[in-house]
Design a protein around this ligand. Structure first.
Ligand code: NAD
Length: 247
């Protein structure tokens, strides 16, 4: 489904991002995954090449909250691979801090990575996509961008902003043949959820209409669909993959 496409996936070393990378590789893309440290990038690349030595995968670790660093990485990718067809903004952090314990620094931290870094990556990539005649950007939102959450207000605030960026840029960039969408996962079984006690996972699951957390592979399928030609007329969409949790 993605043969010949060049894709960047931020936060591709573990969790949902890692499964997006695998899904894109399985479907023939050249993937450049971004991680926060060289060690975690090398570890992910080793694991992927172990699984399939023919997969075309590379890794980088620009500081996502530094616009210049991200731009340099993007330009290096364009130089090496000639084009960028898909940008997945997946790296993100969450917060659960109650309002009365919040610090401005903590709020800034989540906004810097979940919002500003999304904008910093889109800026140089969109210019390249326009020049080459099109492309596709997929941001990672969350079900809390629709329902909010009972503590840690910075996190839903950041994901509401991701939806705003997605819908607005879809309108602005449509004429340049750049599609912009987001995936809004519900509770997904990444390391963080897998590490919770069984009783906690049971309690969370009982509130999910489908009766269980999502698997990272199920979320990655939505990223494959949106990146593929099957979604050629889909833009400005926030695609929920949450077992109806937000209902
Ligand atoms: P995870 O913690 O397993 O992975 C996060 C990824 O982001 C990692 O690859 C990590 O290296 C990267 N990252 C974190 N901080 C970074 C930084 N400062 N600079 C660069 N990279 C950084 O998380 P996940 O659950 O796979 O989450 C991926 C995305 O999905 C996030 O945007 C998250 O908000 C969203 N999401 C997750 C869930 C869930 O239940 N897991 C639900 C809704 C949305």
């Amino acid at each position: 489904m993605l043969k010949g496409k060049v894709a960047i996936v931020t936060g591709g070393t573990r969790g949902i991002g890692y499964e997006i990378v695998r899904k894109y590789l399985t479907n023939g893309a050249q993937v450049i995954l971004f991680g926060s440290r060289k060690e975690s990038v090398d570890k992910a690349l080793d694991k992927l090449k172990n699984e399939n030595p023919d997969w075309k995968v590379d890794g980088m670790w620009p500081k996502l909250t530094d616009a210049a660093d991200v731009e340099n990485a993007v330009l290096a990718i364009k130089e090496k691979y000639g084009r960028i067809d898909i940008l997945v903004n997946n790296a993100g952090i969450s917060q659960n801090t109650p309002l009365y314990n919040y610090t401005p620094e903590e709020f800034d931290k989540v906004i810097d990575l979940n919002v500003k870094a999304v904008f910093y990556a889109i800026l140089p990539v969109a210019r390249i996509m326009k020049e080459q005649g099109g492309g596709c950007i997929i941001n990672t939102s969350s079900m809390v961008s629709i329902s909010g959450q009972p503590a840690g207000v910075g996190y839903p605030a950041s994901k509401f902003a991701v939806n705003g960026i997605t819908i607005s840029l879809a309108r602005e960039l449509g004429k340049d043949h750049i599609r912009v969408n987001a995936v809004a996962p519900g509770v997904t079984k990444t390391d963080m959820v897998a590490a919770l006690p069984e009783a906690t996972v049971k309690a969370i699951s009982s509130k999910i209409p489908i009766g269980r957390p999502g698997e990272p592979e199920e979320v990655a399928d939505a990223f494959l669909y949106l990146a593929s030609d099957m979604a050629s007329y889909v833009t400005g969409t926030i695609l929920s993959v949450d077992g109806a949790s937000k209902a």
